[in-house]
Design a protein around this ligand. Structure first.
Ligand code: FAD
Length: 465
């Protein structure tokens, strides 16, 4: 990056907050994609500069300057996204949000928590521990993920069945546009439950993967803390039975907090990796069902109903975890699957299908496995119809059929009304597959929206669309 650009950036944020040291810049250029999908993650292009702005005003000045000079800017949260979302593919200003790290307000009347962009999920959980009646339900696997990053990715994760994904949790936000203006969505206070005035630009920002604006503050919905919580593990010997039970449970009117699907090899590895034991001794395939209810009695009643329903699907065992530590262990083990199997996998497309089509997708997956003579383990947010289909390494390498199998995994989902990604977004890894989902005209409209927000294409250029 040229000296006069560095000097101008230093004049905006202060010399201390502009970093050109190549090793440190590299650490801001790599993300979880490089750790977990090292065989498919792109290498970062060198020559970028890390800028740590203090607030929305400094970010506005940085963006105004970058827009004028047509320099690419990458908003950087915790770097935990998994589709090469923040790895620079050209010399860029890596705009780290890390100094925007304050929880600004817990508004009990409006049941919301207002946070600056870099407040992490872990910070939110910690802050709400001292609040005995309000909580934030969502839990995408990595608690380091930041509020801004979770909004920009429209994150989901476990515990989205009852209250929905990130898109359903946002009451307002403050955003710096690529042209340097600061705007507020969700009313000037960011506290609105309803707003039908014009197009919903806030919803456009959610899931925009850092391409339309830099989110600097968000207001997150809080919910009354449920009084009775329990986690069930239901074991099956057949993958079809486990998936078949999912719509049957929901059809009965049972709305768990989480309805996850895991397989024995991966969950046992995850448990061992963090020094714990997976509690289920029987079965090969498991549903983890997290329940949160108003009363203990409801918990037992629902547990009995789930026992009855899953028995119809040949369940071979059911375990109940009620203590806080047992429930936390199960969530921790579940959240650790990806890091535990990292050295075995190439990629893990996170296709999503209509929940009622889970079995249809499984049948297609069986055909794919047979076609390539391989096994694709599945981890699923089954209650959301969201499957992470794992493509395994062969002899430690990317298999020769990698491109074809990935395409089949995506196409089979799209063919039955699904999507190529329900969580991890497009980034660089899935750009080539967007045309499976959208017509030329639809893609053109997306490009026009990008251009309306970002006429010089400086924000995360070449990514997402
Ligand atoms: C082990 C593991 C498990 C995971 N499990 C889940 C899961 O279950 N569900 C799920 O949905 N995700 C999951 N993820 C993915 C990831 O945690 C989420 O996508 C998360 O929301 C990313 O947040 P981040 O702060 O790390 O963002 P980053 O990775 O830093 O950035 C992601 C994208 O958002 C943009 N961005 C970041 N901050 C801002 C901002 N303030 N304003 C504008 N754009 C911004 C970036 O430019 C980039 O395009 C998992 C990741 C890991 C490593």
């Amino acid at each position: 990056m040229q000296n006069q650009i560095i000097e101008k950036l230093e004049a905006i944020v202060g010399e201390k907050w502009v970093d050109t040291d190549s090793e440190r810049v590299l650490s801001y250029s790599l993300e979880s994609t490089n750790d977990n999908y090292s065989l498919v993650a792109p290498e970062p292009v060198s020559g970028s500069v890390v800028v740590k702005a203090a607030d929305s005003e400094e970010i506005a000045a940085v963006l105004k300057f970058a827009n004028q000079e047509k320099i690419n800017v990458i908003a950087r949260g915790a770097g935990t996204a998994l589709a090469a979302n923040t790895i620079p593919d050209q010399e860029s200003i890596i705009l780290s949000l890390e100094r925007l790290d304050k929880i600004l307000e817990i508004d009990e009347e409006n049941m919301l928590l207002k946070a600056e962009a870099a407040v992490s999920l872990g910070d939110i959980i910690e802050e709400l521990k001292s609040n005995d009646h309000l909580y934030f339900p969502l839990h995408p696997g990595d608690e380091g993920a930041q509020a801004g990053g979770m909004v920009a990715m429209n994150a989901g994760g476990v515990r989205a069945v009852k209250h929905g994904i990130m898109r359903n949790q946002i009451l307002g936000m403050k955003v710096v546009l690529p042209t340097g203006e600061i705007v507020h969505y969700g009313g000037s206070k960011g506290k609105l439950l309803k707003n039908n005035a014009g197009y919903d630009l806030m919803q456009l920002l959610i899931g925009s993967e850092g391409t339309l604006g830099v989110i600097t503050e968000v207001s997150l919905k809080l919910y009354p803390e449920p009084k009775a919580n329990g986690t069930l593990i239901v074991a099956f010997n057949d993958r079809r039975d486990a998936f078949g039970a999912v719509p049957a449970i929901l059809k009965r009117g049972i709305i768990p907090m989480a309805l996850e699907y895991v397989e024995k090899d991966e969950i046992e590895l995850a448990a061992a990796d963090i020094g714990k034991k997976w509690p289920a001794e029987n079965g090969e395939y498991f549903l983890i069902i997290m329940l949160s209810e108003a009363k203990e009695d409801d918990l037992f009643e629902i547990g009995a109903q789930i026992d009855e329903i899953t028995a119809e699907f040949e369940a071979v065992d059911m375990l109940i975890a009620q203590s806080i530590s047992e429930r936390k262990d199960i969530l921790d083990i579940r959240s650790h699957i990806l890091p535990a199997i990292t050295d075995k996998i190439v990629d893990s497309p996170d296709v999503t299908v209509p929940r009622g089509s889970l079995l249809e997708y499984l049948d297609k997956l069986n055909e794919i496995e047979a076609k390539y003579k391989t096994k694709c383990p599945v981890i699923a947010h089954a209650g959301d119809g969201n499957l992470h289909v794992i493509i395994l390494k062969e002899d430690g390498e990317k298999p020769s059929y990698f491109t074809e199998i990935k395409e089949d995994i995506y196409q089979s989902a799209v063919d039955i009304g699904g999507t190529i990604t329900g969580e991890h977004g497009i980034g660089k890894l899935r750009q080539d597959y967007l045309s499976m989902m959208y017509s030329k005209r639809e893609l053109e409209i997306m490009k026009q929206i990008k251009s309306a927000f970002d006429p010089n294409n400086i924000l995360n250029a070449g990514r997402s669309i």
